[in-house]
Each structure stands twice: as structure tokens, then as C-alpha cells.
Design a protein around this ligand. Structure first.
Ligand code: PFF
Length: 461
């Protein structure tokens, strides 16, 4: 473990942490993934399960993850080791670093699509495809083009590397402060247009009338995975951001703000997409291409769509960058803290490796589309293993670690820093947090994971 001679960099302000952490949380997971995964899994029934997972498991574990980071001021591996002196727990941190690397490899491919769509919408390419079926065909044509998909993937990786190169405060914080509020506003515009489109009520029905017949154990696992993915939880990204946080900031309040913002954005994006999907007669089940099929049709039906279209994709790309940098930051912090690498070397080497690993994911939409493992193409497989297995497992282990290894007597002393007000005035909330971390989160995640691999089939749930 290194002991840096200069004090560890910290966020410039309280709002700096919230914005950066919200920047990590809010990204393609909310705007690209949430609508298509909800669409594939039955709409509102899925959304209700996702909301329950977020409240019951997401928020308590998020508080715990940030707390471990702030207490130790270290990367995931160093943090677990510092609090437990055990190789096993350092390995849990290591699993987070690996998950970050895997997620970034496919995340940057989709972010590349968003980057490519900035050009499509500025050049008028999108507006030539006002007819939604043509827009969908155009998307398929673009993603079938290996040079297009790899080229934009590479460009996005370079953008991300440049920001992480610049360092925590200058790069990450400054960008988030301006872009996040803008994205929020624009999404609200798109949602209003979606709701006011003729035929949008079918979409609202899809969002509001739960159809439980689609729900299975798999659905619950996917909803849980989505809750973890969208909150950047279970792999050390929030732990790493917490390590730059001041002890004067309240962790429970910050975590709650992040959860509310992140969930609100996902729901707004969901309403915007589903009202539009049904209004223009597209298929809610379209998979990863869903927003790219749908949004062009919405923009062409919006006054000022020629301008709003490009701005939307610019902001979506920026939201993806603020998430991608948190993924690369986990890997970078590990190699800087633990292996004594320079920041620049870590970014260059792992940016490069991530690109290589992402190539088969990019090719899953074209030349490798028939190559499947367990019935999933490479892209879906990496997504499934990370989001639905590694992140929930990471969350389970974080909860177990706090309750049974680190123990509450020590954890609560740290949690109290900056949160004296909650400890003094609402002690019940603190007790509830302990109950959720000690019993609910580990048991629920364990059951969902067991069920997903078929071990609870005898219960015929
Ligand atoms: N939360 C991000 C999103 O919703 O787009 C994705 C993500 C970022 C997942 C960072 C995990 C992570 F560590």
C-alpha cells in the first residue's frame, strides 16, 4: 500500500461529491438501458420490482459502500484490506476492479453509438428517417458497419481517457456541474413531447398497469442488477468516489440525494421512451437499439427538433462520459495506490486493454452476432455476468463485511461524521440502516442469486 506524501485529493465542495457521484450514477443505465430492459421484462411490473430493490437494498448498501471509501480514503482493494487485514476481502475489492474493467468495455461501445448519433443528427441523417421503421433500419445499418461501431467506440474511449488523465477535481467535477442540470431539463422536454403525442396513452398504460404474468425469478434478478448498475454500486466506484469525500459531509443524505436523482431520471426517460414507442407504433421489445429507433421519430415531431436532437445526443454522451470515467477511475486508483503506477501510465494501459476487450462486444452487433455462449452473444454475456451477478454479489459482500467483519461499533463512529444531525434527531433511521445491512440486504440478494441459478426451483416460485 502506498502512503502518498501529499494529502489525497478531495472534492472541491460538498456539492462536488454529489454531482460527481450522480454523474457516475446517471448515464446510459438510466436513458439507454432502463427503458429497453423494462420493455423486455413486462413494463411496470418490472419497474415496481426495480423500485423496491432500489429502496430496500440499493440505498442501504450505497451508504455502506461510500462509508468504506471515506473511512479508508483508499481504492477498493486497499480499503477492504485496511479494515480487515484479510486476503479474502482484498479479493472482493479486486472483483470490483475486474467488474469495472468488464463494464467499461461494453459501456463504451454503446456510448460510441450516442457519439455517432451526434453526427447523424447534425448532418440531418436522422431527419431523413422520420418514418420510425426507417429509423430502426438505419440504426441496424449503422451498427452493422464494423468501421462505424469500432471507430466511435475508440473515439469515446479516448475522450474518457483524456478526462481521467486530467485528474479528479479538475476533470470530473467541473464537467458534471454544468452538464447534469442541462440533461435533466432536456429529458423533461422530451418526456412532455412523448406524453403529448397522439397514441401515447398506450405507452402510459404499459408503464402504469402492471402485468405480473411476465414476472419470474429472472425478472427479479434483472431488476436487482439494474438497480445496482444504475447506481454504480457493488464494484467500488462509489467506494472510490467516497474516498475523496470530506468527513464533514453527511453520507446518508448524499446517498439519498443520489438515489432520488438517479431514479427520477430513469423514470422520466422511461415515460419519454414508452409514450413515444407506442405513439409511433414501434416495438417495446426492441432490445439495446430501442432509444435509437425511437428518439429520431420523436425529434422529427418536435418543434426545434433539428436543434434538440443534436443537443440531446451531446448530453447523453456527456452523461456516459461522467459514468465511464468513474469506471476507469476505479482501475486507475487501484494501480496508482497499490502498485505505485503513475496516473498517466494506468490510464493509458487500461484504456488500451479495455478497448481490446470491447472489440468482441462491438462485433456482437454484426459479424459475431451468431456467436453465442449460454444463448447470449458476447455483449449480452458480459453485461449479464457483471450487472446481474458480479454487482449484486459485490453488494451482498459489502453488507456482510460491514455487519459481520468490520462491525457496527466501528462503522457507526465513521458514519456519524457529518451526519450528527441524523444520529441525534432520527436515531431510528440509523437503526433501520443496521437492520437492512445486517439482515435484509444479504438475505434478499442471496435468495435472488440462488433462485437465478435454479437452486430454488423446488419451491416453484
Ligand atoms: N451507473 C452508470 C449508468 O447508469 O449509466 C453505469 C455504471 C457506472 C455502472 C459506473 C457501474 C459503475 F461503476
Amino acid at each position: 500500500m502506498s502512503s502518498p506524501s501529499s494529502p489525497r485529493e478531495q472534492w472541491g465542495s460538498k456539492i462536488g461529491f454529489i454531482l460527481a457521484a450522480a454523474g457516475s450514477a446517471i448515464g446510459l443505465g438510466n436513458i439507454w438501458k432502463f427503458p429497453y430492459v423494462a420493455g423486455e421484462n413486462g413494463g411496470s411490473a418490472f419497474i415496481i420490482i426495480y423500485l423496491i430493490c432500489t429502496a430496500v437494498i440499493g440505498l442501504p448498501v450505497l451508504i455502506g459502500e461510500i462509508l468504506i471509501g471515506r473511512t479508508t480514503q483508499l481504492n477498493p482493494v486497499g480499503a477492504f484490506r485496511a479494515l480487515s487485514k484479510s486476503k479474502f476481502w482484498a479479493g472482493v475489492g479486486g472483483m470490483g476492479v475486474v467488474a469495472g474493467f468488464l463494464i467499461l468495455s461494453f459501456y463504451a461501445v454503446i456510448a460510441g453509438w450516442s457519439l455517432g448519433y451526434i453526427y447523424e443528427s447534425i448532418s440531418g441523417g436522422l431527419f431523413a428517417y422520420a418514418d420510425p421503421t426507417k429509423a430502426a433500419d438505419h440504426f441496424i445499418e449503422l451498427t452493422n458497419n464494423v468501421a462505424w461501431i469500432i471507430g466511435y467506440f475508440a473515439a469515446f474511449m479516448i475522450l474518457t481517457m483524456v478526462v481521467v488523465f486530467a485528474g479528479v477535481q479538475k476533470g470530473i467535477e467541473r464537467g458534471s456541474k454544468i452538464m447534469m442540470p442541462l440533461l435533466f431539463l432536456l429529458l423533461i422536454f422530451v418526456m412532455i413531447r412523448g406524453i403529448t403525442m397522439e397514441g401515447s396513452s398506450e405507452g402510459l398504460k404499459f408503464l402504469l398497469e402492471p402485468d405480473w404474468s411476465h414476472v419470474s425469478g429472472q425478472t427479479v434478478l434483472i431488476a436487482l442488477g439494474q438497480a445496482f448498475f444504475t447506481l454504480s454500486m457493488g464494484m467500488g466506484a462509489m467506494l472510490t468516489y467516497g474516498s475523496y469525500m470530506s468527513k464533514k459531509t453527511s453520507i446518508p443524505t448524499s446517498a439519498l440525494q443520489i438515489v432520488i436523482l438517479d431514479t427520477a431520471i430513469a423514470l422520466i426517460a422511461g415515460i419519454a421512451i414508452f409514450t413515444s414507442v407506442f405513439a409511433v407504433g414501434l416495438d417495446a421489445n426492441a432490445g439495446p437499439g430501442l432509444i435509437f429507433h425511437t428518439l429520431p421519430a420523436v425529434f422529427t415531431k418536435m418543434p426545434g427538433g433539428e436543434i434538440i436532437g443534436p443537443i440531446f445526443f451531446i448530453l447523453l454522451t456527456i452523461a456516459a462520459i461522467t459514468s465511464a470515467i468513474s469506471l476507469l477511475e476505479v482501475i486507475t486508483a487501484y494501480f496508482v495506490d497499490e502498485k505505485g503506477w503513475s496516473r498517466h501510465k494506468a490510464v493509458l494501459v487500461f484504456g488500451g486493454f479495455t478497448f481490446i476487450l470491447g472489440i468482441p462486444s462491438a462485433l456482437s452487433f454484426n459479424v459475431m452476432s451468431n456467436f453465442t455462449i449460454f444463448g447470449l452473444n458476447f455483449f449480452d454475456l458480459v453485461d449479464y455476468i457483471t450487472s446481474n451477478i458480479m454487482l449484486p454479489l459485490g453488494g451482498l459482500l459489502i453488507a456482510v463485511f460491514i455487519a459481520y467483519v468490520w462491525k457496527f461499533d466501528k462503522a457507526l463512529v465513521e458514519l456519524k461524521n457529518g451526519a450528527e444531525n441524523i444520529f441525534n434527531n432520527y436515531p431510528l433511521l440509523i437503526t433501520l440502516w443496521q437492520i437492512f445491512i445486517k439482515y435484509f440486504a444479504p438475505v434478499l440478494i442471496f435468495l435472488v442469486l440462488l433462485h437465478s441459478i435454479g437452486l430454488l426451483d423446488f419451491l416453484s416460485l
